[in-house]
Design a binder for this molecule. Structure first.
Ligand SMILES: Nc1nc2c(ncn2[C@@H]2O[C@H](COP(=O)(O)OP(=O)(O)OP(=O)(O)O)[C@@H](O)[C@H]2O)c(=O)[nH]1
Ligand SMILES: [Mg+2]
Length: 199
């Protein structure tokens, strides 16, 4: 079971990316062996995904609700993941973290509690970056920790010069990650989807 954690601030585009990625992974299935993708929506408030749409498309959907960001959310997640592993045991598990979670902490907790390795992909809303960068510095910077991929989203809403500034800022905060610019409302580049698939 390959595990991917999608992190990023509220409304940054996690669900938009997740749906495209899940669809891509299912479509990559070869011959008789269908690639099975399970999704965990670790939401605080609204459910971002209509599970009725997803069923019948080869997805397994899991929704976990919690009012608490750190502890109870974490324990719900861990037991939810354990259950998915022992029942569905999908090829892929994609976890959409809440917009106020630290995805690296989730990865750490998965490893400590279940011995499972997870990769972190963090999505950044370019159109709101300048506004939240300083006021939410702890959260924003923490969400970039250990991200192997950073997707700068909503590039359609931002001028090139501002995008360059956002990317430079991100590069300062995480010098190891591969950074892509995307627009979650458009079809994602196949090269990027492959990169996420193969790491
Ligand atoms: N203009 C524009 N809108 C986008 C883009 N990506 C996502 N959106 C819109 O932004 C809103 C939030 O996108 P989601 O994919 O739901 O974001 P999210 O991170 O899952 O949001 P939460 O789960 O609520 O934290 C939706 O209305 C999307 O249609 C983009 O690249 N450009
Ligand atoms: Mg969402």
């Amino acid at each position: 079971m390959k595990i991917l954690i999608l992190g990023g601030f509220l409304g940054s585009g996690k669900t938009s990316v997740l749906l495209q990625l899940a669809q891509y992974l299912v479509q990559q299935s070869s011959g008789s062996s269908q690639t099975r993708v399970a999704i965990i929506e670790n939401e605080i408030g609204q459910i971002g995904i209509d599970d009725k749409v997803l069923r019948g498309n080869g997805y397994e959907v899991r929704e976990i609700f919690s009012g608490c960001v750190c502890c109870s959310l974490n324990s719900d997640l861990i037991s939810g993941i354990q259950e998915i592993k022992s029942t569905v045991d999908p090829d892929w598990l994609i976890i959409e973290a809440t917009g106020v979670a630290f995805p690296d902490k989730i990865a750490e907790s998965l490893f400590t509690n279940l011995g499972l390795a997870a990769r972190v992909v963090t999505i950044v809303d370019a159109s709101r970056w300048q506004r939240i960068r300083i006021p939410l510095a702890n959260l924003i910077e923490g969400q970039l920790n250990d991200a192997e991929l950073i997707l700068i989203n909503k590039t359609d809403l931002v001028a090139d010069l501002e995008l360059m500034a956002v990317e430079a800022d991100l590069r300062n905060l995480n010098s190891d990650a591969v950074i892509y610019q995307i627009s979650g409302i458009k079809p994602m580049d196949e090269g990027l989807l492959k990169e996420i698939q193969h790491g």
